[in-house]
Design a protein around this ligand. Structure first.
Ligand code: ASP
Ligand code: MG
Length: 404
């Protein structure tokens, strides 16, 4: 019998009606002759509420207790869903991450999966039951409950699909798939029927909010096909899987934007070996996640270095740069959080010259100034002013005829 892992996000199980609709779909999948393993997120905004509860009580909640608290959200959802599925006449049993045999490291609030045993899930399947697993959780090598981090339920689902040898992993959410652009900015954006792992990873890194990047990496490494689709309409969504080498790739698949980054500029640093090394080592030591880096040509023996960081890392990033400014001989450290990153992604651009030129011409004709540029073999990203991002995304979507 084919085996499918189905992951349901928080909006998919937000209230009893939604839980009922999901249970109907699980029962339907079984009737169609598939075995099903379900992974479920906490209902609605439960995770946010629990995090708020913790911060109302303790400014620095102990990680162990934080994980115990947050994972309670998924525990509510999994037992409620198991009750709903049972009510449809399909036997079901809920399992915590620990019971499912998801072994993680000991890093609380963002634990990494080390091993998936899954014995009890196999046993439940053999008994004709639908196992329903709490997402984003495991048990550490030190025997404590761990949380895999925000969005970690996608990773749980992919990890279980890999361990149980599932044929596919369905990620159910409140959108109908992955689009050629954010439909809120581009009403004519089209749902992609298929996207390669490489493209999806570039899209995740460039600001596409779903699916979770870590789960896509896991799926690529373990050859698990993903199907991102809606639990509201149940229509076929977007397949994320290996590139089909027999088919020609789309030149451009999507335009993705990210307004969650800020730019730091360190001015007038001496242009000689070791300066960038020292600066970026210090940033790394403070866990500042650097994305784009641009260094200008030096004319007078000094140069400016600019880089982008997630807005959340800006304060620490600025502190690190200011602390090292004197030592590396920098004149000043400037911050700009009024930026946005616009990226074009497509596997076919590897073999098609002129994509960058068309992108820059399109932005120029819109009067959008490019602040920074970075590329990979299948991506071109430009930093622009935040208030130009909507216009830039729309113009690029048009210029590359992504509406189809
Ligand atoms: N409920 C958790 C969150 O919202 C974990 C997950 O759903 O992936 O981040
Ligand atoms: Mg979630």
């Amino acid at each position: 019998m084919p085996l499918v892992v189905q992951k349901y996000g928080g909006t998919s199980v937000a209230d009893p009606e939604r839980i009922n609709a999901v249970a109907d779909h699980i029962a339907r999948t079984r009737r169609h002759g598939s075995d099903v393993v379900v992974v479920v997120s906490a209902m609605g905004k439960t995770t946010d509420d629990l995090i708020r509860l913790a911060s109302d009580i303790n400014d620095v909640p102990p990680g162990r207790e934080m994980d115990m608290l947050i994972t309670a959200g998924e525990r509510i959802a999994m037992s409620a869903l198991a009750m709903a599925v049972t009510a449809k006449g399909v036997p079901a049993a809920s399992f915590t991450g620990s019971q499912a045999g998801i072994i993680s490291d000991t890093v609380h609030t963002k634990a990494k999966i080390l091993e998936v045993r899954g014995d009890r899930l196999r046993q439940a399947l053999a008994e004709g039951k639908v196992p329903i697993v709490g997402g984003a959780q495991g048990v550490s090598t030190g025997n404590d409950v761990t949380f895999l981090g925000r969005g970690g339920s996608d990773t749980t689902a992919v990890a279980l699909a890999a361990a149980l040898g599932a044929d596919e992993c369905e990620i159910y959410t409140d959108v109908t798939g992955v689009f050629t652009a954010d439909p809120r900015l581009v009403p004519g954006a089209r749902r992609l029927a298929k996207v390669s792992f490489e493209e999806m990873l570039e899209m995740c890194a460039s600001g596409c909010p779903k699916p979770e990047m870590r789960s896509v990496e896991f799926a690529r490494n373990h050859h698990v096909p993903l199907h991102v689709r809606s639990s509201f309409t149940w229509e076929p969504g977007t397949w994320v899987k290996e590139e089909d080498p027999s088919m020609e790739q789309a030149i451009i698949s999507a335009v993705v934007h990210d307004t969650g980054e800020a730019k730091v500029t360190v001015t007038h640093v001496p242009d000689h070996p070791g300066i960038a090394a020292r600066l970026f080592r210090s940033l790394a030591d403070e866990h500042v996640n650097v994305d784009m880096i641009v260094q200008n040509v030096s004319l007078d023996g000094t140069t400016d270095i600019s880089f982008t960081v997630p807005v959340a890392d800006l304060v620490v990033g600025m502190e690190v740069c200011r602390a090292h400014a004197a030592e590396i001989g920098a004149a000043d450290v400037l911050a700009d959080s009024d930026i946005a990153k616009v990226s074009l992604i497509g596997a076919g651009m590897k073999t098609h010259p002129g994509i960058a030129a068309t992108m820059f011409e399109t932005l120029a004709s819109e009067g959008v100034n490019i602040d920074m540029i970075s590329t990979s073999p299948i991506r071109i990203s430009c930093v622009v002013k935040a208030d130009k991002v909507e216009q830039a995304v729309q113009a690029l979507h048009d210029a590359f005829k992504l509406a189809g």
